[in-house]
Unconditional design. Structure first.
Lengths: 187, 53
């Protein structure tokens, strides 16, 4: 009974964490979409074209092995939040990671999310883009923890070892997005 | 060797796929395609960030 109660409690905190992360993304995306919508479409298309070229350049440099650290607050969420209680930790951590900008970003591809939400210029699609990020970021951590519980082994080191492959994947995605966007809006 | 492998395995497919999708999107719903690509990028970013320490 105790184990079931602990399990249920863990799942509800994970749900709050994921929900907070998704809400942070949805709100940030909607706000960026509203602000972006104030700009004329021609300007957004011009900015989008320039950013598409920048994405190709940055992604290609990464793939050529010239790693450039993205501009970021290179830190985790504060450890002291754990002392505020599990529910508040889940909520605060979810909100912070779902927004993303105030903690470690790690990949240039992250910038596509706020910039894309801004340039789309409509609250609902922009919220969906940023909200998808927030939801998947939180659910990813939940799935990893569930996997560790199921496998009864700590796989966190193996996941961190995948950073190099993740860099290649995100750089490739950046080039892919840049080329496609340049063709659609720029050329 | 690493650079050549990376080029072949990542850069060329990324450029090729981008050209294909871009050309296809130009002849259909442009906004819909860009939106789908942005959602895809958001998901890829969130998954990649799981590898951050």
């Amino acid at each position: 009974v105790h184990r079931n109660q602990a399990g249920r409690s863990w799942i509800s905190k994970a749900a709050v964490y994921a929900l907070a992360s998704a809400v942070a993304g949805l709100v940030a995306g909607a706000a960026l979409g509203i602000v972006g919508g104030l700009l004329p479409l021609d300007i957004r298309l011009a900015v989008g074209s320039i950013l598409a070229i920048a994405a190709i350049a940055v992604g290609s440099l990464e793939l050529f092995g010239r790693h450039m650290q993205p501009l970021q607050f290179d830190c985790e969420t504060p450890q002291r939040w754990v002392n505020k209680g599990a529910w508040r930790w889940a909520t605060r951590n979810g909100l912070t990671l779902g927004f993303g900008a105030t903690s470690r970003i790690g990949f240039w591809l992250w910038y596509v999310i706020p910039l894309g939400a801004f340039l789309i210029g409509e609250p609902v699609p922009s919220a969906v883009i940023y909200g998808a990020y927030g939801l998947v970021r939180a659910l990813g951590a939940v799935v990893i923890i569930l996997g560790m519980i199921r496998l009864k082994t700590d796989i966190s080191d193996r996941i961190i070892e995948g950073y190099g492959a993740a860099r290649v994947l995100t750089a490739g995605q950046l080039v892919f997005l840049g080329v496609a966007t340049a063709i659609v809006v720029g050329l | 060797v690493l650079t050549r492998l990376t080029l072949l395995n990542a850069l060329l497919p990324a450029v090729g796929l981008g050209v294909l999708v871009g050309a296809f999107a130009r002849n259909s719903s442009e906004v819909g395609w860009i939106f789908a690509l942005l959602v895809c990028s958001a998901v890829v970013t969130a998954l990649a960030q799981q590898t951050l320490p």
